[in-house]
Design a protein around this ligand. Structure first.
Ligand SMILES: Nc1ncnc2c1ncn2[C@@H]1O[C@H](COP(=O)(O)OP(=O)(O)OP(=O)(O)O)[C@@H](O)[C@H]1O
Length: 546
């Protein structure tokens, strides 16, 4: 967290200086009160006017500087939050897919929206406030010792330091624990809301009540955790308040005693009580701020855990060209109830492959293993003889699936992934579409509104702009009509310099245009070869008749 505080150090310094000036301006007020009371006998009007003028000056200066201080405060908070959010997003986007998908997207959203904002409010702001409280404390302390009564100052100072050391520690651990539980529950709630709203089309009069019940049960969980936190926080505040009140009682008693004993004047007594208020108030803030900071410990550790996690950035060799082959050797993936077993196959450069098989036979799992979306429990996969474990393959493989993500935004941003791929017209592919369809895709201001088939076409265009030597398509024609499917498939298969792997369970008429066909059944490669070879196999006939 120090790194983020360091980034705003100049603003913090400016903020603290402003606070110092404002406090010094205000610290004169009790002293002026003392002078006023103590000079009451002399009844000097000129003296009174002077005191009033200084009084006004102190207040005006305090007002102006406090305004600047508040503006700087906002600036610090925003800069801190922006920096944390930027880093957080950067780290997450460096994760490999497996790591990313081990957590729900709702949790990432919640950290961005809740935890980081809470750190700004309950870590950064109190941390700065602590510096300010110490300043205030020191200034009033000096005034107290210098102008009022050193005996009272000494007792109050001792009691204050004792309170600061004890009070926050009494409740900090439990407070931090409860706060983390509450924020974790909020994360789960955000995930739930995201899930329910993504299924918005299923929310209708018949289902609405059940959706409410589902949402409410998660909301109640989050609310319960929040109340548990709030209840304990109230207790912590009461404990803190108890310490502060005891400071007041001690000080009040000493002032009263010294006044009765005539050891101090009325002016000193009034000023002392004024100073005490100013002296004890930062004490209260100090205890509160230390408590608040300690309560963020759980959140801080959670966010820092993410931020230090830069695994994605390290050790991978970025592979920028594809020379000969992708080779699976005994690749095995084990899910709970399904296994891809000992899959061995060599995909040669520039050839076109179709992977066919029943639903759930394991076709996508083969691609998942190649894309490192799933772990191999046995075997390995090599590209040009190098194990994919050590490779960053994003420059050589572009994989698209049936429900490829389309960003909210226009065609150009979608197809180039915000400018990552150079934009150009994709001549022959675009010519395969009717003018009406092409216009509909290219001119949409929000491509999320495209039809299912149009979205699939857009993802194929995106793949072409990515211009990788290996293109993988997993059921990407499931929503396009026969005419478009045939035209696009034909164009794609005619691209001589691309290695293509197309997964399909539609046994299209174009199967003969592939160099090789792989038939997968129940997690096993049961047949491979040219269309003629496959045609002869009993497994293919079984698939055809299914
Ligand atoms: N992450 C996962 N965890 C557990 N099981 C999974 C996971 N992904 C897939 N499966 C299961 O593995 C089996 C094979 O799934 P896969 O997606 O590879 O099949 P497929 O041949 O591509 O099917 P389809 O043609 O319907 O897309 C299925 O039974 C599926 O439920």
């Amino acid at each position: 967290m120090k790194k983020y505080l360091y980034e705003v150090k100049h603003l913090i310094l400016l903020n603290v200086i402003c606070n110092l000036i404002a406090t010094i301006a205000l610290a004169n007020i009790p002293y002026l009160t003392k002078r006023l009371f103590d000079s009451i006998e002399s009844r000097n009007l000129e003296y009174l006017v002077n005191i009033i003028l200084i009084y006004v000056g102190c207040n005006v200066l305090n007002l102006i500087i406090t305004y600047i201080e508040n503006v700087v405060n906002f600036k610090i908070g925003i800069a801190f939050e922006v920096s944390l959010k930027k880093d957080f997003f950067k780290v997450i986007t460096n994760y490999d897919y497996m790591k990313f998908s081990s957590k729900d997207i709702g949790e990432y959203i919640s950290i961005q929206a809740n935890e980081i904002t809470q750190l700004e409010m309950d870590y950064l702001t109190p941390a700065i406030d602590i510096i300010k409280s110490i300043n205030t404390f020191a200034i009033y302390g000096i005034m107290f010792f210098a102008f009022i009564d050193w005996r009272i100052a000494l007792v109050v100072l001792g009691a204050s330091i004792f309170s600061t050391l004890i009070a926050p520690n009494l409740t900090a651990k439990e407070l931090s624990k409860r706060r983390k539980v509450y924020l974790d529950k909020m994360g789960i709630y955000v995930s739930k809301i995201k899930d329910l709203l993504e299924g918005f089309k299923l929310i209708q009069s018949k289902t609405r009540k059940n959706m409410f019940v589902e949402q409410e049960s998660f909301l109640k969980d989050a609310a319960k955790a929040r109340f548990a936190y709030g209840k304990f926080k109230s207790l912590a505040l009461t404990v803190n308040g108890g310490f502060i009140y005891s400071l007041h009682i001690i000080s009040f008693s000493i002032v009263g005693y010294l006044l009765i004993k005539k050891e101090i004047t009325v002016g000193t007594a009034v000023a002392t009580l004024g100073y005490l208020e100013c002296f004890i108030s930062p004490m209260g803030s100090l205890i509160y701020d230390i408590n608040t900071i300690k309560s963020t410990r759980g959140i801080k550790l959670k966010v820092l855990e993410f931020l230090k996690d830069n695994e994605g950035e390290k050790n991978l060799i970025v592979k920028k060209d594809f020379n000969s082959s992708i080779e699976f050797k005994d690749a095995t993936v084990d899910y709970d109830k399904f296994s891809l077993k000992d899959f061995s196959y060599r995909f040669e450069k520039n050839k076109k492959y179709a992977i066919i098989g029943h639903s759930g036979s394991g076709k996508s799992t083969i691609i998942g293993a190649l894309m490192k979306y799933v772990n191999l429990s046995k075997g390995n996969i090599y590209i040009d003889g190098k194990s994919i474990e050590k490779l960053d393959i994003s420059y050589i493989i572009h994989n698209i699936s049936q429900h490829e993500h389309i960003f909210t935004g226009d065609y150009k941003n979608n197809v180039t992934v915000f400018g990552a791929f150079p934009f150009r017209k994709i001549g022959i592919l675009e010519d395969s579409l009717s003018e009406v369809m092409l216009d509909s895709i290219v001119q949409k201001s929000d491509c999320q509104l495209l039809s299912g088939g149009e979205k699939q076409v857009l993802s194929i265009f995106r793949m072409c702009l990515a211009d990788t030597p290996i293109c993988i398509m997993d059921e990407v024609f499931s929503a396009t009509d026969m005419n478009i499917t045939e035209k696009l498939e034909k164009v794609l298969l005619s691209m001589k310099d691309k290695t293509m792997i197309i997964i399909t369970h539609k046994l299209s008429e174009h199967l003969e245009e592939f160099d090789e066909i792989l038939l997968i059944e129940n997690g096993k490669l049961v047949q491979s070869g040219t269309y003629e070879d496959i045609l002869k196999s009993a497994e293919y006939r079984k698939l055809q008749s299914a």
